[in-house]
Design a protein. Structure first.
Length: 299
C-alpha cells in the first residue's frame, strides 16, 4: 500500500541530500527539471488517449476539476481573508502593475503539451509501449531533480522558522484546501482520500497531475492538473488587485507557485517587501505537496 509513498519520498530525499556549489550545476538542474515536466505531461497525454470510454472519462475530468477547484478556492479565499483580517499586516513598498498575459500563455502552453501527447497516443497501440513503466521512471527522475532544487533554493531552515507570517499562510492554505477537498469528495461521491489528494497540489500542477496519474488513474491525474493550473491562472488574475490590501490572501492563494512562477508578479505588484514572505510560504507548500499527495494516495 505504501509503495507509491516510497516512490515519492525516496528520490525526493535523495535529491535533497545533494548540495550543489557551482551555479552552472544549479542551472543545469533547473533546466533539466523544466524539460522533465514537459516529457511527463506528454506521457500523461498518451495515457489519456489509451483510456476506455474516452468521452465519459473526459466528462469526468471536467466535472472533478470544476467541483474541486470551486470548493478549494472558496475555502482558501475565505480562510486567507480571515487571516488577513486577524493579522492586519502589510509591508511598505511601492508595487506596479505587471502584464498578466505572458504568464497566462506560459501556463496554457502546458495544455498543448498534453494535447500533443494525446493526439500522438491515438496512433500508438497500448501494446507497443509500456507507458506506465516509462512514466514511473520519469517521475522518479523528476523527483530527484525537485529535491535537489529545494535543497539549493538558497532558503535556510532558520529563515523559514523565523518567518511566522509565512508559516501561518502555508498552514491556513493547507488546512482550508483539505476542507475544500473533503466537501468536493462528498459532492462528487468519491473516496475522501481522493478528494484530499486532489486538494493537496497547492497549485503545483506540473507535479500533482503526474503523481495522481501514477497513484490513481489518468482521469484523476488529468483533473489534478486542471485544478492546479486553474488555481495558477486565477492567482495571476487576483494578485495585482489583492496584494496591497490582502497580502496573505494574494500570496497564499498562489500556493506553491509563490516561490517561483508567480513570484515576479508578487514582487512587481506588491514590492520587494513581500518577496521573503512569498518564498517562505511557497517553499513550505512545495515541500508539503508531494508528501501529502503520496500519503493520501496510500490511505
Amino acid at each position: 500500500m505504501y509503495s507509491g509513498f516510497l516512490i515519492v519520498i525516496v528520490p525526493l530525499v535523495l535529491g535533497y541530500l545533494v548540495a550543489l556549489k557551482q551555479q552552472k550545476n544549479i542551472h543545469w538542474v533547473n533546466v533539466a527539471t523544466s524539460k522533465m515536466v514537459y516529457v511527463i505531461l506528454f506521457l500523461m497525454g498518451i495515457s489519456l488517449s489509451h483510456l476506455d470510454n474516452l468521452a465519459q472519462n473526459i466528462q469526468n475530468i471536467g466535472l472533478y476539476s470544476v467541483t474541486v477547484l470551486a470548493c478549494v478556492s472558496a475555502a482558501n479565499l475565505l480562510a486567507l481573508w480571515g487571516l488577513d483580517k486577524r493579522l492586519s499586516k502589510t509591508v511598505e513598498g511601492e508595487g506596479e502593475l505587471l502584464s498578466k498575459w505572458h504568464l497566462i500563455l506560459e501556463s496554457v502552453q502546458l495544455i498543448f503539451v498534453i494535447a500533443a501527447g494525446f493526439i500522438i497516443g491515438l496512433f500508438i497501440s497500448p501494446e507497443l509501449i509500456d507507458i506506465d513503466t516509462i512514466s514511473e521512471g520519469a517521475l522518479v527522475l523528476l523527483l530527484l531533480f525537485i529535491g535537489c532544487q529545494l535543497r539549493n533554493s538558497g532558503l535556510q531552515l532558520r529563515e523559514i522558522l523565523l518567518n511566522s507570517w509565512g508559516i501561518k499562510i502555508a498552514l491556513v492554505m493547507m488546512t482550508s484546501s483539505w476542507i475544500g477537498g473533503l466537501v468536493a469528495a462528498l459532492l462528487l461521491d468519491i473516496p475522501l482520500s481522493n478528494g484530499l489528494a486532489l486538494a493537496s497540489g497547492f497549485g503545483w500542477y506540473s507535479l500533482s497531475g503526474i503523481l495522481i496519474t501514477d497513484g490513481l488513474s489518468p482521469v484523476f491525474g488529468g483533473a489534478a492538473f486542471m485544478i492546479d493550473l486553474g488555481r495558477e491562472l486565477l492567482a495571476i488574475l487576483i494578485i495585482p488587485s489583492l496584494i496591497r490590501l490582502y497580502p496573505s490572501t494574494a500570496i497564499g492563494y498562489a500556493g506553491a507557485t509563490a516561490m517561483d512562477f508567480t513570484l515576479p508578479m508578487i514582487q512587481k505588484s506588491g514590492g520587494n517587501g513581500y518577496v521573503p514572505l512569498a518564498i517562505v510560504s511557497g517553499f513550505i507548500l512545495s515541500l508539503s505537496s508531494p508528501l501529502f499527495i503520496s500519503l493520501f494516495l496510500a490511505l
